[in-house]
Design a protein around this ligand. Structure first.
Ligand SMILES: [Cu+2]
Length: 149
């Protein structure tokens, strides 16, 4: 009887959304060890079904150069997901949209660190910002604009 109960519990875990990891998307985040807002962004991703590999390094700039992230496009952390580069405090929903639309771009960026973006919360302070796509020549387009995230 006891074994039977345990089997039921295992079965319930297997079919529940919490027992499942198949729906999480893996993303690798490169950031400097003492970057607080980067941790905030990582937490935001984890709250939106991303499984984060958190790489602490003092060499994020080298990675940015390698992926054509100019100073104008740069922010704090740089992440790689499914072959795309995600720079800065990009909302999880925009990453998911990029992955489903499979656009022919290098990735997405929110340049600098606008107040009110995920990981950059400061009470009620919100700055308007745009999520940009960028290609390997540094050409950008507006992917999504937020007046108030
Ligand atoms: Cu930041």
């Amino acid at each position: 009887m006891r074994t039977y109960n345990i089997l039921i519990i295992i079965l319930l875990l297997a079919i529940s959304p919490y027992g499942y990891s198949a729906e999480t998307q893996e993303i690798t985040v490169y950031r400097s060890p003492n970057c607080g807002c980067c941790s905030g962004w990582i937490k935001h991703l984890q709250e939106h079904q991303f499984s984060v590999i958190d790489i602490k390094t003092n060499n994020v700039d080298k990675l940015k150069q390698k992926h054509g992230i100019t100073d104008k496009l740069a922010s704090c952390h740089t992440a790689i997901v499914d072959g795309y580069v995600i720079e800065g405090h990009v909302p999880a929903s925009d990453i998911k949209r990029l992955l489903s639309e499979k656009l022919d771009v290098v990735g997405l960026t929110v340049p600098a660190m606008p107040v009110g973006t995920p990981g950059m919360e400061m009470g009620n302070r919100k700055a308007p910002f745009s999520v940009l796509t960028f290609d390997k020549n540094g050409k950008t387009t507006v992917f999504k604009h937020y007046d108030n995230y």
